[in-house]
Design a protein around this ligand. Structure first.
Ligand code: N01
Length: 560
């Protein structure tokens, strides 16, 4: 679409581009492709020097995706998912990065992506219904639509440990891993954090370093992933059934096509429940969390007790030293209340090695980093290298890292001070024409991300097409619709077990952050239906209109 078209359709003054998209991971790549197909002039800004998003930054040893590879990819283009062939059941980080680069080449996306460009701020002008986006180097770009495709887990969280500046060895955060190969060989390495990342890293590096000391604050429930190479005939079968696989995935809670989506635990004895669990334990991965009908392990405390006890027994069986085993057994939260990590390489067995040791920093917290290691309240540990697997300022961190100013000078920081507020996770009242792909209060991190991303991108693209067709140049979530959506998300979360853990789902991992459950826990299938209905009902819950500076600033209320 040209600038002249924009004027004809919406009356805005000239803009530099029709849409600015921030980030070139799964979301940004597909958003660019979709909007370009619709004739929009799109510019993507990406901090890194290549496409990949999460998979560009998280290159730490052991990095791998917990979703199965044949569904951890784009489904929108048959050519893409039929031509690419994954080598293992779960894709390793370099393979996902190769895939995304291959997609970007195939769709000729690189030419509209500006790499190594960081967006620092964006300001909305209601007169023209446009955003002015500013980059770190001072460049300013004016756009009709401003789309964040920054991911949910992109802003690394580094705890504020005293003395880190004094440390004389090398230190790394897993989400900013260096390009060069790190040789752990002669080093005594300390790793802080035992979330999904820490567990992958520890399993991979245990045995490669002279000694690995793990500083664990909260033990976790790691379930075997059962990774293996994908055989040719297996892949052939996947290819033959892809249409059905995608249809089942879209119609599921998690965005994953599991056979047992509708099996219940009602009427089963504890022994029978354990039999099902054992079967799923052998199958591995997220199939275990969804051993029974959608969400039941996460909402039925009695069932969860059986499942949590089952995993605890598995941990005790695998760890030789009873004291170490007890330190690794989680008792402070129910299984699933934190994002369940996967065990790819005998995580618990790693602690049977002489060159791996475990320090309980819940019992004896870290006091400070010293020049040559870490001091806890109980002892000093001599270390040559520190690895922080301490996670992310999740869901909101990367969006709020930009200074975003909406209507009447209100900043997004101010608006979200008591926790993020969105309608459908897609838009925020007071910030017209700003779309957030997999934003807070959308299913995102509770689902298979590429499918959730595709649904958001397609909804946004359809919405923009609708606006152009009807001569609107401005869309904004109403305050009422937003209030109801936030309330709905909170209510669903309260009926589940999420509040029983201090997780990043609730912002509890970042000191001082407002604690509120952030993803929409109602399932991707239900969410898709809600979004489709909203669009069918002429964007119910949104106000559509002209820029306030235009003569006929008509605004449509939902249902008009
Ligand atoms: O981060 P986390 P992550 N002192 O926040 C500890 C996704 N992911 O990077 O639990 C001591 O889960 C903290 O301890 P505690 C996935 O969604 C996906 O591991 O707060 N320890 C915890 O152990 C995942 O959930 C894949 O008590 C401190 C750890 O650091 C999400 O990313 C692969 C501390 C942080 O765990 C985040 O996982 C990997 C302190 N001051 C990750 N501060 C895929 O497969 C923090 N910790 C797609």
């Amino acid at each position: 679409m040209s600038d002249a078209d924009v004027d004809a359709a919406g009356g805005s003054e000239e803009t530099d581009v029709d849409a600015v998209v921030i980030g070139a991971g799964f979301s940004g790549l597909y958003m660019l492709h979709k909007l370009r197909e619709q004739g929009l002039d799109v510019r993507v800004y990406e901090k890194g020097d290549e496409v990949g998003g999460t998979w560009y930054w998280n290159t730490y040893p052991g990095a791998r995706c917990d979703s199965e590879s044949h569904i951890y990819c784009f489904s929108f283009d048959e050519g893409l998912h039929r031509e690419w062939e994954w080598s293992e059941r779960y894709p390793e980080q370099p393979e996902i990065l190769d895939y995304l680069q291959w997609v970007a080449d195939r769709l000729d996306l690189h030419r509209d992506i500006a790499f190594e460009r960081e967006v620092t701020s964006a300001t909305y002008d209601d007169e023209t219904a446009t955003w002015t986006v500013e980059l770190a180097d001072g460049e300013r770009v004016r756009t009709r639509y401003f789309v964040t495709a920054v991911g949910c887990l992109s802003e690394p969280f580094l705890p504020d440990f005293d003395g880190l500046g004094d440390f004389e060895g090398e230190w790394y955060h897993t989400a900013r891993w260096p390009d060069e190969e790190i040789d752990f060989g002669d080093d005594h390495v300390g790793v802080i954090g035992t979330g999904s990342t820490g567990i992958q890293f520890i399993s991979e590096v245990g045995g490669r370093a002279d000694h690995l000391t793990v500083f664990q604050r909260t033990p976790n429930y790691a379930v075997p992933a059962r990774n293996r190479p994908l055989e040719d005939d297996e892949y052939e079968e996947i290819r033959e059934n892809y249409d059905d696989i995608w249809a089942r995935a879209r119609d599921s809670r998690l965005g994953m096509p599991f056979d047992h989506e509708h099996e219940t635990d009602y009427g089963l004895s504890e022994e029978e429940i354990r039999e099902v669990l054992e079967e799923r334990w052998q199958q591995g991965g997220f199939r275990f969390l969804h051993s029974f009908e959608p969400g039941s392990i996460l909402s039925n405390p009695e069932l969860n007790d059986v499942v949590s006890a089952f995993i605890r027994e598995k941990i005790r069986e695998r760890v030789d030293d009873p004291e170490t085993a007890e330190t690794l057994v989680p008792t402070d939260h129910p299984y699933g209340a934190k994002r369940p990590p996967m065990d790819y390489d005998d995580y618990y067995g790693t602690y049977n090695r002489d060159d791996v040791s475990l320090v309980d920093v819940d019992e004896n917290p870290i006091e400070r980093v010293t020049a040559d290691g870490i001091r806890t309240t109980a002892a000093h540990y001599d270390l040559d290298m520190l690895v922080f697997a301490t996670g992310f300022d999740a869901m909101t961190g990367a969006i709020l890292a930009m200074d975003i100013e909406g209507k009447n000078g209100q900043t997004l920081d101010e608006k979200w001070e008591a926790g993020p507020r969105t309608y459908l996770g897609l838009m925020t009242h007071g910030f017209p024409n700003l779309f957030t792909i997999t934003g807070p209060q959308s299913p995102s991190v509770l689902t298979n991300m590429p499918l959730s991303i595709e649904q958001h991108v397609e909804w946004i693209a359809d919405c923009i097409a609708y606006m152009d067709e009807h001569g609107y140049d401005r869309i904004e979530a109403t305050e009422d619709a937003e209030d109801q959506w936030v309330q709905n998300t909170n209510m669903l979360a309260e009926n589940m077990l999420f509040s029983e853990a201090d997780s990043w789902y609730r912002g509890a991992n970042v000191p001082g952050k407002t604690q509120v459950f952030t993803p929409f826990p109602g399932g991707l299938d239900n969410y898709r239906e809600i979004c489709a209905r909203v669009a069918r009902d002429d964007y119910d819950g949104f106000e559509l209109g002209r820029a306030s500076g235009t003569a006929d600033e008509a605004v449509s209320e939902p249902g008009d």
